[in-house]
Design a binder for this molecule. Structure first.
Ligand SMILES: [Zn+2]
Ligand SMILES: [Zn+2]
Length: 136
């Protein structure tokens, strides 16, 4: 399982990529930057070594934004549809893959929440709300 190739793509489908496990970490980040970038309660990010990762199509469409005040934080997105896309670390050794972009089940799950103290005031942990398979 851990050596399978896992694929991902953006909403419009023009950007696609693949990678191999194992990950360095797989975590959900509740920091205010990840809330802004994801438009949601938290990011879900898989960190890989750069050699485990490969762009398949549309790499020229991928735009990168380095937050000036942050030492590490970047964002990356498809310039056509705006979907969050993988971005490489500033030292070029790692790549951070947003798990929501995956097309396959990676067979692994996040191992932790980070920046929990910064979580959105409206965030409700899973298990505390009723669930529906589709819109009720
Ligand atoms: Zn796209
Ligand atoms: Zn974050």
């Amino acid at each position: 399982m851990e050596h399978d190739v896992i694929s991902g793509s953006c909403l419009c489908g023009q950007v696609s990529f693949s990678f191999q496990l194992p990950y360095v970490f797989f975590q959900c980040c509740h920091c205010s930057q990840c809330q802004k970038n994801s438009g949601s309660a938290h990011a879900a990010n898989i960190l890989l070594k750069i050699e485990q990762f490969e762009w398949k199509t549309g790499q020229d469409l991928v735009k990168r934004y380095e937050l000036p005040r942050a030492e590490y934080y970047c964002t990356s997105f498809c310039s056509n549809c705006g979907s969050a896309m993988p971005w490489h670390s500033r030292n070029g050794r790692y790549i951070l893959v947003p798990a929501g972009a995956l097309d396959d089940d990676p067979g692994v799950k996040p191992e932790r929440y980070i920046y929990w103290e910064s979580r959105a005031p409206w965030y409700v942990p899973p298990g505390e709300l009723p669930v529906f398979d589709e819109e009720p």
